[in-house]
Ligand binder design. Sequence first.
Ligand SMILES: O=P(O)(O)OC[C@@]1(O)O[C@H](CO)[C@@H](O)[C@@H]1O
Ligand SMILES: [Mn+2]
Length: 415
Amino acid sequence: MSPLAAAARPAPDSDRPCRTFLAKGMEAEKKAISLLSKLRNELQTDKPIIPLVEKFADTDIWNQYLEHQQSLLSESDGKPRWFYSPWLFVECYMYRRIHEAVIQSPPIDDFDVFKESKEQNFFESQESIIALGTHLQELLKTIEDLDENNLKNEFFKLLQISLWGNKCDLSLSSGNTISQKTNIINSLEHFRPFILVNDMEHLWSLLSNRKKTRGKGTVSRVDIVLDNSGFELVTDLILADFLLSSKLATEVHFYGKTIPWFVSDTTIHDFNWLIEQVKHSNHKHLSKCGVDWENYIKMGRWVYHDHIFWTLPHEFCAMSQVAPDLYAELQKAHLILFKGDLNYRKLTGDRKWEFTIPFHQALNGFHPAPLCSIRTLKAEIQVGLQPGQGEQLTASDPNWLTTGKYGVFQFDGPL
Ligand SMILES: O=P(O)(O)OC[C@@]1(O)O[C@H](CO)[C@@H](O)[C@@H]1O
Ligand SMILES: [Mn+2]
């Protein structure tokens, strides 16, 4: 039963305003459902892609983009349609239309249709989350005394945890939760052969050299373009905590989505909700994490940013034109980590590149700062492989590009 329907229990006679409110809620819910079934019908029957109608911060940019897509077609092709348009564009459009159905239906216009599944993913991964929180708190006890090599090993561990955390997105499973039930720390060695491009050393050199050479009071800023909420977000926050505690960074900036997106992507509400849950955990190590994380935010050492660009269909090489303010913000980072598969598709323009094309080339001019994609492979695109590597993988594991079994740390930037 939906949250609104569940709330629609019989109200006492004296409770008229409440009853009126519920009736309005039920009407709104019916409207949203009818708009969503219209959307499903358009999609299933390959109708033309239609402009957005409801005024929202990004409506004009979206409609310009649709016009641009139309201009790419020859006259005889008519309008862009669901089955024959680029996958990246149509997929983003679908999530934007889901949002439109909701904002057209006040008073439920700020309802997150994916909230329940994101929260479920967090609760079902509890055991693993507790193991990570405990690992971090134990590590922090001795972090000041670790020598270079040990610190590097710990950094690499937490990077890999954040990588494999990306297996847990909900969009591939139609929202059915894929949670993390085992202690991922014990599995890192087993997963290592599945890292196809491993530029972790570059990340270490960049951050540790800067730590050694930066003056007192100078900033080392790492930006993380977040992907999924739930278990993956916990792995990212653990990494971000380590970056501050080890002094490899002095500030971490996060970027989330302004609207519910690809089922499990992180919004500001998810970000705050998760930190609050962690803080109120009855596990002492985990709740300590939550308390520290809230303090980092209060002190401005962790900063969360919103920008509509992340929920547009544009590839990232268009950012400097479409969202120059966001590009300028990213330029302030010393390192940008892009989490997840969708970010990889947008970094590389979702094109059918040869597997051996250098990552730098596929970025097509997008170089705001040194950057690294941390991504498990779920879409048929991969660049920067060794000659023959892609072909070998295809021969041994035909679905290697789409199952999330393989991952990359792919770096671009001066060394
Ligand atoms: O970015 P994420 O969360 O790693 O993955 C999102 C994703 O699973 O959603 C799409 C399938 O609907 C694919 O493009 C992509 O692989
Ligand atoms: Mn995602």
